[in-house]
Design a protein around this ligand. Sequence first.
Ligand code: DAH
Length: 453
Amino acid sequence: MHQLRLLQKCHGAYRRLSSSANTGPLEILGAHHPTDSFTNVGPSILSKIPLRLHTQPGHPLSTLRSIIESHFPTYSHLSSFSPLVTPFKNFDELSFPKDHPGRSPTDSYYINKNLMLRTHTSAHEVDVFGRGEDKWLLTADVYRRDEIDASHYPVFHQMEGARLFSADKASMKELEEDNEYLERVLEKSNIIIEDIPHISPSNPVQETHDPVHAELVAKNLKLSLNSLILRLFGGAASNAEPLRVRWIEAYFPFTSPSFEVEVFFRGKWLEILGCGVVIQSTLDTASMFYSCSSFFLSTGFYTLYIDVKNKIGWAFGLGLERIAMILYSIPDIRLFWSTDERFLSQFKPGDITTTFKAYSKFPSCFKDVSFWNAVAAPLHENDFCDLVRDVAGDLVEDVKMIDSFVHPKTNRSSTCYRINYRSMDRSLSNEEVNELQKVVVARLIDEFRVEIR
Ligand code: DAH
């Protein structure tokens, strides 16, 4: 998944000369927050924060959330956590290394140095475990700076799920029985699961875990998620073509062993989630958190204390847009933000069998911009995309870097981007697009000191 992908990305050292920096406090969800040199959220991102699509009745993301929740009826269903978190919560509490590229302001949105927009729902794991929750699902909007195309949007929605077990004999016996039950159900279903050994040297069981317990928990994780996937995608499988799912080893800083899951859908393998056995330090931190808060709530005679520490569990995180795009055949991620009835009226609460019918495809209009970068600081692609998004909003369908080179004599670097403008609900005039492009160019010069070629 994404955090994994971030590890492989290369990062420029560029710090944006953003117009949104140093502009005084930002008002977000009714509170004022100071800005500083880290601030990199613009109006187009801020305007999305109150929308909470995953809670809007009838919205396909909200429908998908409800369906997944109904598959886990005994779990707590949480969906009202604020997107504002400290970098500590988003990264450190989950054991992200100090030099993880996801921390960079080129990849994440910062309100200021000490406050950011969560990049994933895992940011709330410690809080939720710390409340003493053993089985839970948490749905939320998450924010990442990224390229612009049909499947990437800087705001999207994730669902985090987790289950903890007491690491004692009786609970492990129950877990074993639960696994046998789930296994029997899946055996009767039209699903082919390509699996890998639960535990391999590069994806180890944690030292603090009893290997038998870890194996049982990993098995429960796989069975629970295979059964969810069958619920979501099973309808599309026929007798002739069973549903195919494959498990792949992965790396996440906060799970071990870790896995990714892919589903074979319409001729392609598509990654839909990341998961694993929760690393014990997450539960240790949650345990401290819980015992502190319960200490203050205690009656004086005794302190409520849930020992999250002596538990073992699994967690997963999935992207709702990704799954909804596959299930409903939605071709462009911008559509989720559309308020057009022609989009919204196609989805009925509780229904995952709808196939989206495009109401029209309006013509596109592309414009190129080539520039010499300011000498010491090449412009990061995510900075360029954010600027375009700020100017043109959802009128931009995709942005591609079509050329880049370094001049052999002057050593200056040049970049050329192609911006493809297309509205989802009307035709754009050439004049309108020219106006937008003019603003993009003016802001490029002003904020990034580039020289247009
Ligand atoms: N937070 C990860 C991401 O956004 C996904 C994830 C991976 C969540 C493993 C988990 C997990 O809970 O156990 O890429």
